[in-house]
Design a protein. Structure first.
Ligand code: NA7
Length: 538
């Protein structure tokens, strides 16, 4: 076994996004020799990469910031209730500078392979620039939606105009004025892009395969007076977030639909429709997300809203999902999205009627016709949750790779470790309850817990920690049970591991923990109180 002084680091964290920033801050408090490796040229993760037009929060800005530092809370001013990407990135840069974290971060630093060495009880991390770093503990903070996928369509390289995946949006300004633009994809990202570009381009053609149920974001500016008031309410805001399943300020209404008159439910739904944020999804009657009948009734109510807002009846019907109910896929939040289709310069192409045949030098050829465009936007989603792990080769005990272990379902204990990969902590990993939440709220709890575990390890002089197969089997059963409660289990979306651009036949996967943040935290606390049961220390 190598002694600590023979290794380059005590801990390496991969990723300098929301999770990596907080992990670094927490671990530095413990006087550890730590470095953060980040593929981007700066911190920010998701908010560093996704610079596409219209990119913004669906979480209330003031519920998204870190809660741990009163100084940061008091110094930072949000200008909108749902901040745009540039503002969020500035916020994260502000935090990094404030905490003086940059000296501990290495940018443009891509990790290729991480290999466990049983003899030295350490990880060797191979970088794209061929450097090899050794570390006792390895922590991943590599994001849940950071492995973007391009469509598997013929001719991708033939297009002669500008083409961007929304995730890899360039730092330079893309000039849209006077241009014909095509957008493929109508998930949360595509919906933001389409609404933003509709009145800024010459022609906008939307290539939609399956529509999603969208709802108004109802975003507004925050005045300086309002921001001052928000600062006095942070304790209450974070307390509220800590009680809701999703870590948002919106929690489900516990009443069942059948206990409320039709008139009252419609009045409540109208109130939600007019209110900011995810309330309509996460603050709705609880059974809307659990019970087919309740879900169908609400979906039909929302369908009427789409018909009201879209002038052309054919277009309206094409924008109404028919393959899944409201809220069973991620609900895109929109600002004038449906109204975009009332404009003469916006055209909807339904790929289920006329699929794409190929990308041509001039645009997109469907089975019906060729659409010529100057710019192509691929809002085609991600290899969610496990994709970012698969891009790095993690080699554990006995040469097993994480990719192989997780090929069907990602098996973990509490989402933080997986057997066969000692000393690797998958912060914000698959099936961690910290992931399927208002992200900073979830990761603060998860990282605090992991940092306490590290403290325990240091105090005890431990050099190896690995969860047992029994512990992860039990956790896997619990994760599947939680999927069983929600209708989202039946929909094909990234929540269930669906992405048509991935190789192989689709089989629903259990990637996320749906038991809710309070229940997840209870699990974490119980495990820690029981001397980290389920983990073997050496
Ligand atoms: P999503 O929600 O996975 O959406 C991807 C969209 O791209 C979706 O409409 C797909 O249609 C469409 N798509 C993907 N591949 C193709 C091909 N080959 N042809 C046509 N259309 C395609 O990703 P987003 O980036 O919008 O959102 C991801 C998350 O980021 C979001 O949930 C937020 O949490 C932030 P499909 O539905 O598969 O028919």
């Amino acid at each position: 076994m190598a002694t600590d002084s023979e290794l380059d680091h005590d801990i390496i964290v991969i990723g300098a996004g929301v999770c990596g920033i907080y992990a670094l801050h927490c671990l530095l408090q413990k006087n550890l020799n730590i470095t953060v490796l980040e593929a981007g040229s700066g911190p920010g993760g998701t908010w560093y990469w996704n610079r596409y037009p219209g990119c913004r929060f669906d979480s209330e800005s003031w519920s998204y910031g870190y809660s741990f530092s009163n100084e940061i809370l008091n110094e930072w001013n949000w200008t909108e209730h749902f901040a745009s990407q540039p503002e969020t990135l500035s916020y994260l840069e502000f935090v990094v500078d404030k905490l003086n974290l940059k000296p501990h971060m290495q940018f443009d630093c891509k990790v290729k392979r991480c290999t466990w060495d049983e003899n030295t009880r350490s990880w060797e991390v191979l970088l794209a620039d061929s450097r090899r770093l050794t570390t006792r503990f390895l922590m991943t903070a590599i994001g849940l939606l950071s492995a973007p996928t391009m469509p598997t369509i013929d001719g991708l390289d033939d297009f002669e105009g500008e083409a961007w995946h929304t995730y890899y949006w360039p730092g330079k300004k893309v000039e849209f004025t006077g241009k014909r633009v095509g957008v493929i994809g109508t998930g949360a990202t595509g919906v933001q892009v389409i609404a933003e570009l509709a009145d800024k381009v010459k022609e906008l053609t939307v290539f939609q395969r399956r529509p999603n149920w969208c709802a108004p974001l109802n975003n507004t500016k925050i005045t300086p007076e309002e921001m001052d008031a928000i600062k006095t309410q942070y304790d209450d805001i974070f307390e509220r977030c800590s009680q809701t399943p999703g870590g948002f300020i919106h929690g489900p209404r516990r009443t069942a639909l059948e206990d409320v008159s039709t008139e009252d439910r419609h009045a409540f739904w109208q109130e939600l429709y007019n209110s900011p944020g995810f309330g309509i999804w996460l603050g709705n009657y609880r059974d809307v997300l659990m019970d087919h009948e309740a879900n169908e009734e609400f979906s039909e109510w929302i369908a009427e809203k789409i018909r009201d807002r879209v002038d052309d009846p054919w277009t309206a019907e094409k924008l109404i999902p028919t393959d899944h109910g409201f809220g069973t896929r991620r609900v895109p939040m929109e600002t004038n999205y449906y109204e975009a289709y009332n404009r003469d310069n916006v055209h909807l192409v339904c790929l289920r009627d006329t699929p794409i045949e190929k990308i041509t030098p001039n645009g997109i050829q469907t089975t019906a016709e060729e659409f010529e465009v100057d710019i192509l936007v691929y809002a085609t989603g991600f290899d969610a949750i496990t994709g970012s792990f698969d891009r790095i080769e993690f080699v554990g005990t006995d040469g097993q790779t994480l990719r192989d272990k997780w090929v069907n379902d990602p098996i973990t204990y509490l989402g933080v470790q997986t057997h066969g990969f000692p000393n690797l902590f998958t912060l914000a990993g698959p099936t961690a309850g910290s992931v399927s939440t208002n992200f900073p709220r979830g990761i603060e709890a998860g990282v605090d817990w992991a940092a306490d575990l590290v403290q325990h390890i240091l105090d005890e002089g431990i050099t190896r920690v690995e969860c047992s197969t029994e512990a992860e089997t039990q956790w896997g059963d619990h994760v599947r049970d939680m999927y069983g409660v929600l209708l989202l289990r039946e929909a094909k979306s990234w929540f269930t591991g669906y992405n048509s651009n991935l190789a192989g036949e689709y089989k629903a996967r259990h990637l996320l923990y749906w038991g809710g943040a309070p229940r997840y935290r209870e699990h974490l606390v119980t495990v820690a109180e029981n001397y980290y049961e389920g983990f073997a220390f050496a």
